[in-house]
Design a protein around this ligand. Structure first.
Ligand code: PRP
Ligand code: MG
Length: 159
């Protein structure tokens, strides 16, 4: 995969992310979970917000890396868990090609797997997600952004 895959950006603010995660929690409220497994690093913040809403205190991680900014490299599992996910909620920020999800599903086949955002290729691998995003769209998360000065339009256009 290369950056050529992405032709659009979908920028998610902290507020938007918080609203989206809360909406996802509404859809999870009837279930009981032993704990949450967050897929690092992107799953950590959604997992913390979900833990707060569902009053879950037991939180574990699967530590995995597949992307270097927009370029996808090899998949590296740095830490797993010692169970098959039965009764656990598995959380990631998004599923894109599904490569990460496929690997983690192998490790925790019985977990209930949710993501906040899902692209069509990866969507079949998760049990639930909140918002679908086009395959060619790069989701820009708030932790990767900062507030910056923007030049007035007249200076941008007329200079
Ligand atoms: O469906 P895929 O094509 O596998 O892509 C989705 C994964 O890629 C990102 O993680 P990344 O490996 O970039 O690491 P990070 O969570 O530490 O940012 C994202 O957080 C998902 O875990
Ligand atoms: Mg990730």
């Amino acid at each position: 995969m290369s950056t050529h895959r992405y032709h659009q950006h979908f920028t998610v603010s902290w507020d938007q992310l918080h609203r989206d995660v809360r909406e996802l929690c509404h859809r999870l409220i009837e279930r009981d979970f032993k704990g949450i497994v967050a897929i690092t690093r992107g799953g950590l913040i959604p997992a913390a917000l979900i833990a707060r809403e569902l009053n879950v205190r037991l939180i574990d991680t699967v530590c995995i890396k597949s992307y270097d900014h927009m370029g996808q490299g090899g998949l590296e599992v740095m830490k797993g868990v010692d169970h098959d996910g039965d009764g656990w909620l598995l959380v990631d920020d998004l599923v894109d090609t599904g490569k990460t999800a496929r690997k983690v599903r192998e490790m925790l086949p019985r977990a209930h797997f949710v993501t906040v955002y899902a692209k069509p290729e990866g969507r079949p691998l998760v049990d639930q997600y909140l918002t679908e995003v086009a395959q060619d769209c790069w989701i820009q998360f708030p932790w990767d952004m900062g507030i910056a000065y923007v030049e007035p339009l007249v200076d941008q256009v007329k200079r």
